[in-house]
Ligand binder design. Sequence first.
Ligand code: IMP
Length: 429
Amino acid sequence: MSNVVVVGAQWGDEGKGRIVDWLAERADIVARYNGGHNAGHTLVIDGKTYKLALLPSGVVRGKRGVIGNGVALDPEALLAEIGRMEALGVRITPDLLQIAETATLVLPIHRAIDAAQEQLRTRLQECPLGTTLRGIGPAYEDKVGRRALRVCDLANPEYLSARLDLLLAHHNAWFRGLGLETFDKAPLLGALLAMAPKILPFVGRVWEQLDAAHRHGQSVVFEGSQAVMLDIDWGSYPYVTSSSTVAAGAASGTGIAPSRIGHVLGVSKVYATRVGEGPFVSELDGALGERLRDRGREYGVNTGRPRRCGWLDAVQLRQAVKVGGIDRLALTKLDVLDGFETISLCVGYERDGQRIDYIPASDAALAGVRPVLREFPGWSRPTQGARAMDALPAEAVALIEAIEAEVGVPVTMVTTGAERDDVVLRNVE
Ligand code: IMP
């Protein structure tokens, strides 16, 4: 198998984890390149559910996992997750998991900043971003501010202590300015030094390991977190996460050469969901939205937040394909549409009577945009659990073909249930 980057093509929660799980069986390594424990990847294997946030999805099946330099790593969250996996019988050893020495550390102070920034946004603009409050954004801010602590710093207590002084001087001034409680150094440093011996055995030069893997003919699945519409550059700013979620992020976030990326598989549901604030042109407010939420069990894996639901937006998906580098699509959760009498697809936008086929960049320009919907008949024979094209009703095939035609890249996989093998393969080379 060639290398493949798996990218969320919507706003996250597309079911990337189970696609990565399926691909991981055919690959040697699964590498995370962006985000942190704001992500939530659910895998159902033999009826057992595994909820992953930081660990690459392949580890559950014993595949080598890599956490790249582009990841924001909360050591406390990682150790807790390793503990949860071990309780489920998955042993995470340094042979199985390697962490980039240059990954940025997420600290408790980042969670406090995340919460304070959300409160500030609510107070001043009456609109928070709806972040996961995991401290991911503030940790990346520290990275570009060149004051972050990195995983390799855990090996050098004196350096770690000096870096922490700089970080606290910066943030405590902000906390003080807002009349909020400041952070003491001793407990932060103490906790990091206590965790260091548990983290350091996993730490190494990931870029070098990936290069060696390539030279030995091994293949890598790059597991994107979040999605194109949450990308710091390409998403609906400022309602985005703070990392590069697109295929280019796989190169900068692990050290793999862009020329070695291989294929880019975008993952999209056959409808759309979004958590947190931000524009969502094809959102359904009423009973139809509720029905999608109930049937698709659309609640956050880590936060439990109900997801906003709507019809699939081909304008958004087309744009995501272009900027995300996507050359093929996996459509997930087809079975959720079982029982719908009619299904709609947003095929264009309209503003002031004019058709537009792109997402306007500013909130103001987006405000008056309405979806242009094309209706499709639903199907009476369920698709749930279907594993071949000829097991799908003609109406479902017509919908898939219409999506493919609207978006302009082939749909190569369609998922029809929670089990890993509830997959229909199409046009596979
Ligand atoms: P942050 O990544 O916690 O800063 O949150 C920024 C935005 O990204 C918010 O709208 C979150 O709801 C969204 N977000 C972050 N991670 C995920 C994810 O894994 N799935 C879906 N949305 C996410």
